[in-house]
Design a protein around this ligand. Structure first.
Ligand code: TYD
Length: 141
């Protein structure tokens, strides 16, 4: 299930803010990998894939990025427009990420190491995968 959370923050009067989250505590999985995507021009999109089982938390510490998710039945859009917002995604969800502002940074913390085997990169294949899944008759998002 997808879930938008607001990170815990420490704000100061003149020295900015610090936000954080912890694996197993604020997200429902241990964190094994962190990566980030940067240097993307405005109006460009990335993603366009699903993960079979990988869980992730996505956040945008700088800029504005929209994350569009689709489970083969429903679509939702989340707008990451503040460093304190983060989106938790379960496995099995198709996602695309859209750069609303130039040079926005997308960060991700993931439940497992990188493996191409966990990706579904073709939407038709994804819909076939959904049909076989336990959520075939219900929405996953
Ligand atoms: P990908 O997840 O396909 O990003 P996007 O859908 O935004 O284009 O990753 C791009 C490439 O980077 C992919 O072909 C493999 C590599 N990669 C790694 O080697 N390790 C990682 O942790 C990730 C996320 C990607």
């Amino acid at each position: 299930m997808d879930k938008l959370i607001y990170l815990k923050q420490f704000e100061t009067d003149d020295l900015g803010s610090l936000a954080f989250f912890e694996g197993d505590r604020d997200v429902n999985f241990p964190i094994k990998r962190i990566y980030y995507i940067y240097g993307v021009a405005k109006d460009k999109s990335r993603g366009g894939h699903a993960h079979k089982s990988l869980k992730q938390i996505l956040w945008c510490p700088y800029g504005v990025i929209e994350v569009r998710i689709n489970d083969g039945r429903l679509e939702k859009t989340y707008r990451l427009d503040s460093p304190e917002k983060a989106l938790i995604l379960s496995g099995g969800v198709w996602r695309t990420m859209h750069w609303i502002e130039e040079s926005s940074v997308l960060c991700a913390a993931a439940s497992d190491y990188y493996t191409e085997d966990d990706y579904i990169r073709n939407f038709e294949d994804y819909l076939e995968y959904v049909k076989k899944g336990y959520w075939a008759n219900e929405s996953k998002i």
